[in-house]
Design a protein around this ligand. Structure first.
Ligand code: SF4
Length: 246
């Protein structure tokens, strides 16, 4: 029988600890598949932030960074290993709140590594607090009656911010909510990785993700929320390409 699918060799064949319905696993799978397809397994270094994600599921070299500091850490890793594929894997809490300065300055310096920001609108691992990506009206442990603009401010759009910084080379926002969106996200991941390996500037791919546990809804309802509510505020697509801002 013809084999039509094979598990990525870059992902360890061990059970993941993520909650049912969490889409971190989808993000891992896409990144691992592109590492395989581009034959980068032996020369990839991942830098993880603080959060639910666990880069040790990847069969690659991994460096752990303090909360929000993966871009600063990756700057040193890439400087020491200029031929390697270097990426940071961060949540929206890590990247767009605590680490926003590091990400924007990495873009400004045109650092030649890639940031994957997996956004689910909460500080998931530390207790479900509001993040810059919490939608107006959404309840978190620090916005128990829903995010209120007057009190809590507007949700931020990290990809659009990064795209405005000279030195950024490629910026896109995908979603992990459906097979169609997952396939498109893989295309963005592949482009970002290729641009990095071609020696271009900073590349940033945002991936809209779920957190059924902290959202307090089912996995199916979570995917629907991403598709119907979150993507309405965070439009999908390429935001900065070599041709300019979309
Ligand atoms: S708490 Fe949320 S982000 Fe963390 S593993 Fe569970 S569903 Fe995923």
């Amino acid at each position: 029988m013809e084999k039509v699918y094979e598990r990525s060799s870059t992902l360890m064949n061990i059970p993941m600890h993520y909650c049912p319905g969490c889409t971190h696993g989808n993000a891992h799978k896409l990144i691992a598949e592109v590492i395989d397809e581009m034959d980068l397994k032996g020369k990839t270094i991942g830098v993880s932030g603080i959060g639910c994600s666990f880069l040790s599921y990847f069969d690659i070299d991994v460096v752990g960074a303090p909360h929000g500091r993966p871009p600063a850490t990756a700057t040193g890793v890439k400087a020491a290993n200029p031929d390697s594929f270097v990426f940071t894997y961060q949540g929206d809490g890590d990247c767009s709140a605590i680490g926003i300065a590091e990400a924007l300055h990495a873009a400004g310096r045109g650092e030649k590594f890639t940031t994957f920001m997996v956004a689910n609108g909460v500080f998931a691992m530390t207790g479900g607090q509001k993040s810059p990506y919490t939608l107006v009206g959404d309840r978190t442990t620090t916005t128990q009656d829903g995010r209120d603009i007057e009190r809590d401010g507007h949700p931020m759009k990290m990809a659009e911010l990064v795209a405005q910084v000279p030195g950024a080379y490629y910026v896109a926002r995908g979603s992990l909510s459906s097979p169609k969106n997952i396939a498109k996200s893989k295309e963005y991941i592949r482009k970002a990785m290729k641009y990095q390996m071609d020696g271009k500037g900073y590349t940033f791919v945002e991936l809209l993700s779920t957190c059924p546990t902290n959202w307090g809804i089912s996995p199916v309802e979570s995917l629907k929320k991403v598709d119907e509510e979150i993507e309405a505020y965070y439009p999908l697509g390429e935001i900065l390409t070599p041709e300019g801002v979309a």
